[in-house]
Design a binder for this molecule. Structure first.
Ligand SMILES: [Zn+2]
Length: 326
């Protein structure tokens, strides 16, 4: 039992139910939207569309989503509050952190550690204070508190900017106890770099989800990360362009066969609207929707030997344990 912060306030961890641990609602480039708003169109229509998509998800039995939309992905909590207020039986957990594959945002370029060398002493990173405030007080006076921390590492690896954010996330975790989710690139085994930094910062692996772990068929690599204690986010079901449906499912089947159902969590990394993709291309990605796991993935997993108990472990027990920090 633990208290979990959601957009509509605190809930007990026992109330999370079936949980998708990596689903966005809106992914936006705010500066583009402020200057070129044509594609976005009506705010009211976008919110209504999100409510409709998430109402269907809720009706399918999913009680909670974790929305790791942070700085760099267009986080805007008042819009999420509008959506959440129309979903009375549904929990949305939001995050704090910073999403970059290379540099920190320019805002941080000449603050904190960037000044340490010139000044001759260690200057603390203002990012840490931002993250801690989002978790312990609220986000931008909305009354909404972040429930977890997010950072990223992708093919460029542990650049100085990526490392700075990762260490700030680790420090905010140690100060608050909020768990961490990391966007990783398993094809280049970036989870190992996450492991090194987290170990240096004193973060326990069982407080960290290695997101996008399901983007690989390399079960040996995933087993190594799971053995180290990390959670594996098998969380991009429906993004089948480079890694097809069967391959995404088969690696979960294989990891269950190896006994790792208690280390995996499932999700889609979907968004009601994402401005990173041409809408004409997005329209062809028909499997990338919030109902895909329920409609297509779970039947496939069951047909290939994954038990009902393992499904419940991945969808209910593991997210609860991740947030409880047991
Ligand atoms: Zn994502």
């Amino acid at each position: 039992m633990a208290t979990i912060q959601t957009v509509r306030g605190p809930v007990d961890s026992s109330e999370l139910g079936r949980t998708y641990v990596h689903e966005h609602i809106f992914v936006l480039d705010p500066e583009i939207q402020e200057n070129y708003p044509e594609e976005w169109g009506s705010e009211l229509d976008r919110v209504a569309d999100a409510v409709a998509q998430l109402t269907a998800l809720c009706a399918s039995g999913v009680r909670t989503i974790v929305d790791p939309t942070v700085v760099g992905l267009g986080r805007y909590i008042p819009r999420i509050q509008q959506v959440a207020s129309q979903l009375p039986d549904f929990n949305i957990i939001v995050a704090t952190g910073c999403y970059t594959y290379k540099d920190v945002p320019f805002f941080f370029h000449h603050r904190g550690p960037a000044l340490s060398e010139a000044l001759g002493y260690e200057v603390p990173d203002p990012m840490v204070d931002f993250f801690v405030r989002d978790i312990e007080r609220d986000i931008a006076d909305t009354g909404v508190r972040a429930g977890l921390l997010k950072c990223a590492i992708d093919q460029p690896g542990l650049t100085s900017g990526v490392e700075r954010v990762m260490r700030a996330v680790a420090k905010a975790h140690l100060a608050t106890g909020a768990p961490i989710t990391v966007h990783t690139h398993p094809g280049t085994q970036q989870g190992l770099a996450v492991g090194r930094v987290m170990a240096e910062e004193g973060v326990e692996p069982h407080r960290v989800v290695l997101g996008h772990s399901g983007d690989t068929s390399d079960a040996d690599h995933l087993s190594r990360l799971a053995d180290a204690g990390f959670w594996l986010g098998m969380d991009r079901f429906g993004i089948n362009i480079e890694f097809p449906f069967e391959a995404r499912c088969d690696v979960v089947v294989e990891m269950c066969r190896r006994g790792y159902a208690d280390r995996m969590m499932l999700s889609h990394d979907n968004a009601c609207y994402i401005d990173w993709i041409d809408p004409n291309v997005r329209a062809f990605m028909t499997e990338w929707n919030y109902l895909h796991i329920g409609n297509d993935v779970l039947p496939y997993l069951r047909e290939h030997g994954v038990s009902e108990a393992e499904v419940t472990t991945m969808l209910v027990d593991n997210p609860r344990r991740y947030f409880e920090g047991d």
